[in-house]
Design a protein around this ligand. Structure first.
Ligand code: XMP
Length: 509
């Protein structure tokens, strides 16, 4: 398959570069700027994009360009910092400015070149930079300038090297899609062969080759990711797949029953069920640190898997529904920092003892939903709430007790009922209740109470990487609040979280 390699220099828009390329039907992935290139299959890489980033190319300790990228002998496009890196590398001059140019600007471009083919010669683009290229390297030409004659894009067409100072990956550059398309199809001359249908065929082949006749164990949580992973692997290896549902005692109300019924009645796939809630809750007793909670849950998951795998005989492979975003957020993808150890990545101990199969690890959440549809899942299930592997453990701030789990289950159930009643469930990307560790004074009847505050979280998002608070209509949120304080014991206050991600995250821990 033709692939476009994106080097991560730290810009907050990097994931969007990958998305734009994939949306045009070409597979793309991101690696850190200092990634070991010998690990890549060079024949598949048909183009390279250098991302933007917050550094200054003139600083001694700034992230550098790896000259080995030229050995790929494929077209290269630098965006913002990426353009400045190329300019400096080939002997041009980059000037560091103290002020930042941020927002939309008009530029004049030369549409007599492959990169800007078919685009008007005066367009509005989105800028976010301090430094500028002020002198071109030898052999390079200006492709676009600002109204005050600053260099905004350049090329060395004979070497297939291009640079743009503006961000073509954001929606605020309306011609960005056309520029990507020109780069992919006119310059890199790639084939459009990234589609979910192709993905299914390729993955099934890959899974068969990887597993040979060995048996695979897969944790099922009832959520979309593990269900889609199960259907895909089942399609490849049938009954050599052992889906295993571990009840860790941190599930939503009725979760285990719903999940087991669905697999049995809808997909006719047998799921093995074990109740390990005591084991997990004992290990989590008095643990308050969010990362510790995640690591404990991750480790116990693997321990239980091993235990069950031995019972099931001959299982040698552990499959997981890990997504691309899980890998990036756990600091394993590009240049991003560790935000949270998602239980299925950072939580896994090194000495796994299994071979690991992660068939969804190249996909974003919305791509998994599309895949689920093609595998026969219905819309209501596909649009189901994402539920994290560590479950309610990361929605209860501080230490976890059975009483707190009960409180949260009831509150979350009410929230779900009311959101569905208001026909909002397919409008909100993710919504849930969390139990804050905050107790405050209230009054019920004539008595003083000193009970917990429940937080309501509802967000819009495309892939979970960024999110905005969803504005639940006031009358709905008021009803939710009133039902929770009236129906759930030990709760006397409901708070509505309206922060976006960043700076918050979606989950509370
Ligand atoms: P955050 O809190 O990282 O959440 O902004 C982004 C998305 O990821 C889900 N999430 C997880 N899913 N294991 C999972 O399977 C985890 O450890 C985990 N942590 C967060 C979260 O529900 C949201 O959809």
């Amino acid at each position: 398959m033709d692939k476009i390699l994106v080097f991560d220099y730290g810009s907050q828009y990097n994931e969007l570069i990958v998305r734009r390329v994939r949306d045009l039907g070409v597979y793309s992935f991101i690696v850190s700027y200092d990634y070991d290139l010998d690990k890549l299959n060079k024949d598949e890489i048909k183009g390279i994009i250098l991302s933007g980033g917050p550094s200054c190319v003139n600083d001694l300790d700034s992230p550098k360009l790896n000259p080995k990228i030229f050995e790929f002998n494929v077209p290269i496009l630098g965006i913002c910092y990426g353009m400045q890196l190329l300019a400096k590398y080939f002997g041009g001059e980059v000037k560091s400015n103290t002020f930042k140019e941020f927002g939309n600007t008009k530029i004049i471009l030369n549409n007599d070149c492959s990169l800007f083919f078919g685009i008007n010669n005066e367009v509005s683009v989105f800028m976010s930079h301090s430094d500028s290229v002020i002198n071109l390297p030898n052999g390079f030409n200006i492709l676009a300038s600002s109204l005050d004659n600053k260099i905004e894009a350049f090329s060395n067409e004979s070497s297939n090297i291009y640079g743009v100072q503006f961000h073509i990956e954001v929606n605020d550059t309306p011609t960005g899609k056309n520029i990507f398309s020109n780069f992919l199809f006119r310059i890199c001359k790639v084939f459009k062969n990234w589609s979910m249908k192709n993905f299914i065929e390729e993955k099934i082949k890959e899974i068969k080759e990887f597993t040979k006749n060995e048996k695979v164990i897969l944790g099922i949580s009832g959520g979309v990711d593990s269900t889609v992973a199960a259907l895909l692997i089942y399609k490849a290896i049938g009954n050599n797949l052992y889906p295993l549902f571990i009840n860790h005692g941190l599930l939503r109300l009725n979760e285990e029953k719903d999940c087991l019924d669905r697999f049995k009645n809808k997909f006719n796939i047998k799921v093995h069920y074990v109740d390990k809630s005591k084991l997990f809750l004992d290990a989590l007793k008095r643990v308050t640190n969010p990362e510790k909670k995640r690591k404990i849950i991750g480790k116990l998951f693997v321990d239980v898997f091993k235990e069950e795998a031995i019972k099931l005989n001959d299982v040698t492979i552990l499959a997981q529904g890990t997504l691309y975003t899980d890998i990036v957020e756990s600091g394993k993808g590009g240049n991003s920092k560790v935000i949270k150890s998602h239980h299925n990545v950072g939580g896994l101990p090194k000495e796994l003892g299994f071979k690991l199969l992660e068939p969804l690890k190249d996909l974003y959440k919305d791509e998994v939903r599309e895949l689920g549809k093609l595998l026969g899942l219905d819309k209501s299930f596909i649009n189901r709430q994402p539920f994290p592997g560590p479950g309610l453990a990361i929605r209860i701030i501080g230490n976890i007790t059975k009483k707190k789990i009960e409180i949260l289950r009831k509150a979350d159930f009410i929230l779900n009922e009311e959101i569905k009643k208001a026909n909002l469930d397919d409008k909100i990307w993710q919504y849930f209740a969390a139990l804050t560790n905050l107790k405050s004074v209230g009054v019920m009847g004539d008595n003083r109470t000193y009970f917990y505050a429940i937080a309501i979280r509802a967000v819009s998002s495309i892939d979970g990487m960024t999110a905005k608070a969803y504005p639940i209509p006031y009358e709905v949120i008021e009803k939710i609040s009133s039902r929770i304080v009236n129906e759930v014991p030990y709760v006397n206050r409901v708070l509505y979280d309206i922060t976006s991600k960043p700076p918050s995250t979606i989950e509370f821990e």
